[in-house]
Design a protein around this ligand. Structure first.
Ligand code: ATP
Ligand code: MG
Length: 607
């Protein structure tokens, strides 16, 4: 039977594993290393390099060497994370044709999935060399907190690499699988995964007979060793600037050397208390003399530089325990994953928070790939009794009228799952609705991640609120979303498998929100909104009826004209609140409207 490989596609390092004779093993690369740097480069001669060989030439070919591409995968060009990467990377990042991200290597633009595909292909080749046969199927891991766009883009990368990605699984879940595999444990565990680019925490119940149930998960896909390195780089750059008034960031090669030295110092400080950073000839001064950078970095300074990053991970742990409705003492094992968990301060913080010494038995660099390998083997073996129940990390829903995010599936719902909800049209005679699918945790739609949109057209004409549209969301076992909308009366139906490729930019979404004529769906209007609306509309009608008369009477005085302007403004505001179906705003305007109505009636009665 064909083997399925498990790949941990990491921000910094990737790792491939397989189950052989019933046991999971990590496959070493040609150099004998069990992990391979997730780095890709193109040489001057146009040759493509991946892994250690790319890393080794990074300093002399900084502009054409990509690292940490995973931080960019599935992200939109104008996201803050991409802006940050553009400002700090030694390679060139440009905008793609779909408001997506492209990386320039030797004047050729690559999409991020293409870059990740090169790393995946390398892992595929490592496995094929070892097995002596072709491999076409893989389980690939992603951070638990990845959204649908990032998952889709990772799947695309697999396809580009010639791999059939039969399942995407979450990294901490994979780690727990590997921890629990063949051990017959029944425990509630927390997996704390602090890697090169991302932080994840998952809480799982490992049950009898190989049941792995995720209870809650959370994380930050832009919080990792890279950020700690960046703090050291900042510290070095500003120290150098103070001394020489030269900004080292201007020079891509210097930046790459700084990055290299920062990471090296960080790793050393996990073992020793103090280290020297020594970069001779880092840059040339304006007067053509070579300048050197030499500084002592202590573990204590490193800890000060990164204290808030570590605290952020602990805050996320707290939130996840709350979401899981568990107390700390109900966690029976804490599993540390990711290279950053070698930092003593991090171990201390985790131990301090959970009040428990973390488990020693797992290898932080290999455990995720091993779990992916285990899952891969289980998927093709019907005798396997392992059951994996994961959750969706973000709420899913649609944007409704007035920039409201209407949630259909809450965060931490077990997947696969599907949910339905009925909405109504928001305009009279509306013949089309736009279904804007979003993922995120804000109640304001435009603050969430846009997954995709589609239009259900050909709806029968009717007064607003009269047409009912049923929206169905589905999340499959990969965490990937599909959405269907159906006109309940005619049975007319449209669906999309949400795709990551293009999509709208945030500005486009904002424009949609501002455009009140957009054919978005509406929440089923509650009686309260309806009542307030009717009350406001009655007052507006009264006021508008009296307008001509009142205007005639008071127009001769400044005071009168001012009162008329005020009244017009109140009416306008109220109309807008009604359009938005904003209950609080309507109620607020009702007061102003009643005052105006009383005043108008008074004016007319006196004359
Ligand atoms: N001894 C050490 N002390 C401190 N940090 C270390 C040590 N060894 C490795 N690291 C850091 O761990 C990070 C890499 O961890 P890991 O390989 O787990 O990440 P990854 O799986 O590639 O990334 P992610 O899971 O975030 O996508 C790097 O930032 C690296 O500098
Ligand atoms: Mg990792």
């Amino acid at each position: 039977m064909e083997k399925v490989i498990g790949i941990d596609l990491g921000t910094t390092n990737s790792c491939v594993a397989i189950v052989e004779n019933g046991s999971p093993v990590v496959i070493p690369n040609r150099g004998g290393y069990k992990t391979t740097p997730s780095m890709v480069a193109v040489t001057e001669a146009g040759k493509r390099l991946v892994g250690h060989i790319a890393k080794r030439q990074a300093i002399t070919n900084a502009e054409n060497t990509v690292y940490a591409a995973k931080r960019l995968i599935g992200r939109k060009w104008n996201s803050p994370q991409v802006k940050n990467a553009v400002a700090t990377s030694s390679y060139r990042i440009v905008e793609g044709p779909h408001a997506d991200v492209r990386i320039v290597l030797r004047d050729k633009e690559f999409s991020v999935p293409e870059i990740s595909a090169m790393v995946l292909q390398e892992m595929k080749v490592i496995a094929e060399d070892y097995l002596g046969e072709p491999v076409s199927k893989a389980v690939v891991t992603v951070p638990a907190y990845f959204n649908d766009n990032q998952r889709q883009a990772t799947k695309d990368a697999g396809e580009i690499a010639g791999l059939d990605v039969i399942r995407i699984i979450n990294e901490p879940t994979a780690a727990a699988l590997s921890y629990g595999f063949g051990r017959n444990v029944e425990k509630t565990v927390a997996v704390y995964d602090f890697g090169g680019g991302t932080f994840d925490i998952s809480i799982l119940e490992i049950g009898a007979h190989g049941v792995f149930k995720v209870v809650a998960t959370a994380g930050d896909t832009f919080l990792g060793g890279e950020d700690v390195d960046a703090r050291i780089i900042d510290w070095l750059v500003s120290g150098f600037k103070d001394e020489h008034t030269i900004d080292l960031r201007q020079d891509r090669m210097a930046l790459q050397r700084l990055k290299d030295a920062a990471e090296k110092a960080k790793c050393e400080l996990s073992g020793v208390k103090e280290t020297e950073i020594n970069l001779p000839f880092i840059i040339s001064s304006g007067r053509n003399e070579a300048l050197h950078l030499q500084r002592q970095l202590t573990r204590q300074t490193l800890e000060e530089l990164s204290v808030d990053l570590i605290e952020r991970t602990i805050d996320i742990c707290k939130q996840t325990l709350d979401d899981a409705k568990l107390d700390k003492d109900e966690i029976e094992e804490v599993i540390l994953v990711g290279g950053m968990t070698r930092m003593p301060k991090i171990q201390e913080a985790v131990q301090g928070f959970f009040e428990r010494e973390p488990c020693k038995g797992v290898h932080p660099d290999e455990v995720v790939a091993l779990g992916a390998g285990i899952q891969g083997a289980a998927l093709i073996d019907d005798k396997q009794e392992m059951i994996l129940l994961d959750v969706t990390p973000h709420a899913l829903g649609i944007m409704t009228f007035g920039n409201v995010f209407e949630e259909l599936i809450p965060a931490n719902t077990t997947v696969p799952t599907h949910r339905q909800k009925i909405f109504t049209t928001s305009r009279d005679n509306q013949t089309a609705v736009k279904i804007i699918v979003m993922q995120g945790d804000s109640q304001k739609a435009d603050e969430n991640e846009l997954l995709g949109e589609f239009i259900l057209s050909g709806i029968r004409r009717a007064a607003k609120g009269q047409v009912e549209i049923e929206v169905t969301f589905e999340i499959n076992a990969d965490g990937i979303v599909s959405v269907r909308a159906k006109d309940l009366e005619t049975g007319l139906e449209q669906s999309i498998q949400v795709t990551a490729t293009s999509g709208l930019t945030r500005d486009e979404i904002k424009a949609m929100v501002d455009n009140a004529k957009d054919d978005l769906l509406d929440r089923r209007s509650s009686d309260e909104i309806e009542a307030a609306k009717q009350e406001a509309q009655k007052l507006i009608a009264d006021i508008e009826k009296l307008f001509p008369q009142v205007q005639q009477i008071v127009a001769s005085s400044d005071f009168g004209r001012e009162a008329i302007d005020k009244a017009k403004a109140v009416v306008e505001k109220a109309k807008q609140a009604i359009d938005r179906k904003d209950l609080a705003a309507i109620k607020e305007q009702i007061e102003g409207l009643s005052r105006t109505q009383r005043m108008f009636k008074g004016v007319v009665a006196k004359t």
